[in-house]
Design a binder for this molecule. Structure first.
Ligand code: PHE
Length: 445
């Protein structure tokens, strides 16, 4: 396994694995939380625009670079810049790799919470009420148990390779997640207070849409949600046969991911208002009281109101979230693993355990200094590192890739009328847009 390159067996296999990477806690927890905190509809509106203008082209560039190189992200970027700035390419690849580890370090903590919440209703059903309460209550001991457990689960899948396993898991579980969302949405929309939430979510307050803080949050959220800027999509692109129509694939992944985020908002924002109508205090000065509350208090409260069925619903909901999180961690883990296997000649097994050990150390550090580190790492990753990496991808595809402007060549080959402009859009407009947003991040931080 260590010297032959594994690959996806079909184009749909790639789309499902990439969608599995994209669809995760970012969609179901992150997006609704950000939307609720940033004026609902205004956030949704800006999010859609940023996704279309910047995140989708960045996803395209990232997958494209990987697909052309057929190598791990560090070597792929080094390769892509070999005529111009190979060292810079390698450096950018290594920065992405650090981003993947950063992502894993806090993501596995949150995913551990999901696992605990999935087990809690089970404990309740079989009569272990104390255990159920413990599982549903945030504590350091719970973190210390469930974060390693989750890392172990991920490692167990990853060390087997990028094979039909991931393809099949994603294909079966994602539709169930969607069905679950639809069922929960139809339930919540019938509850008192839901209409108010729907209004807040779907009707943007246009005075808010130019707020730079909102734009930066929406950008960070979009980059995180599409899993771009850490090399995960690049490595998946490299596992696909060369010269596919990457544009089409990128559009499908973006559409799927955005649709799930939109649906999660449709569930959670109305649920907040239902909870408020029932007397819970949800907002203070227009902000959510405690962000974790959203999914870990308000939703369980809602499930409780459904009676015993609610326990099953709660269990399946958190189980699916855990699985969605698992498929997301797999792509991030694959970044350092593929590098260690291909460039450092480690066996896949060894590489997996080494990466898991590093992630475990990083996540334990975050748990130890939770209040100061948790939010900081998320912000650093989503508003700095991911956009910076994406800026680099645009520059690689538009400028550093000397051996013919491959992007434009392929765009022309595909023969679509608007595609000749696509090359210029990536060369000039995308880097400029990102830089403008960046200057704002620097000023506002
Ligand atoms: N996109 C994933 C989510 O929304 C998170 C992720 C980020 C996965 C970066 C891989 C890389 O949950």
């Amino acid at each position: 396994m260590s010297n032959t390159r594994d690959s996806f067996h079909s184009r749909i296999g790639f789309v499902l694995a990439a969608a599995g990477s994209a669809i995760g806690l970012g969609n179901i927890w992150g997006f609704p939380t950000q939307a609720a905190n940033n004026g609902g509809g205004a956030f949704l509106f800006v999010y859609l625009i940023v996704t279309l203008l910047l995140a989708l082209p960045a996803l395209y560039a990232e997958v494209y670079i990987g697909n052309q190189a057929q190598k791990n992200p560090v070597s792929a970027l080094e390769d892509a810049c070999s005529d111009t700035a190979p060292k810079l390419g390698k450096f950018a690849g290594l920065i992405g790799l650090c981003g993947a580890v950063m992502m894993l370090s806090f993501y596995t903590i949150v995913a551990g919470w999901m696992l605990a919440h999935a087990l809690s209703p089970l404990a309740e059903l079989i009569g272990y009420t104390d255990a159920a309460t413990w599982l549903a209550t945030s504590s350091t001991t719970r973190n210390l148990m469930f974060t390693p457990l989750f890392i172990l689960l991920g490692a167990a899948i990853i060390h087997q390779g990028v094979n039909a396993g991931i393809e099949k898991w994603s294909a079966r579980l994602m539709p169930i997640l969607l069905m679950m969302l639809v069922l929960l949405i139809s339930y919540i929309l019938q509850q008192p207070g839901a209409a108010q939430g729907l209004k807040v979510y779907l009707i943007p307050d246009f005075t808010q849409v130019t707020n730079p803080k909102l734009i930066i949050s929406a950008m960070g959220q979009a980059f995180f949600s599409l899993s771009i800027g850490v090399g995960g999509m690049m490595v998946y692109g490299s596992y696909m046969k060369k010269d596919r129509d990457i544009g089409k694939l990128a559009v499908s992944i973006t559409a799927l991911d955005t649709f799930i985020a939109f649906m999660a908002g449709l569930l959670i924002i109305p649920a907040l208002y239902v909870a408020q109508a029932a007397g819970q205090q949800v907002f203070q000065d227009g902000k959510l009281i405690g962000e974790a509350q959203l999914i870990f208090n308000i939703l369980p409260e809602l499930f409780n109101s459904m009676g015993t069925v609610g326990l099953l619903v709660a269990m399946s909901f958190f189980l699916l979230l855990s699985i969605a999180a698992l498929t997301s961690t797999i792509s991030s883990t694959e970044v350092p693993v593929s590098y260690l296997v291909e460039a450092k000649k480690l066996s896949r097994e060894k590489a997996t355990w080494l990466v898991s050990a590093v992630v475990l150390t990083a996540s334990m550090t975050i748990i130890a200094f939770f209040d100061s580190l948790f939010g900081l790492v998320i912000r650093l990753l989503t508003t700095m590192l991911q956009p910076l990496s994406c800026l680099f991808y645009f520059i690689v595809v538009g400028w550093l890739w000397r051996r013919g402007n491959k992007l434009r060549d392929s765009a022309l080959q595909q023969g679509r009328k608007w595609l000749p402009l696509w090359g210029n859009y990536i060369r000039y407009v995308c880097p400029l847009l990102l830089t403008v947003v960046f200057v704002n991040v620097a000023i506002l931080n």
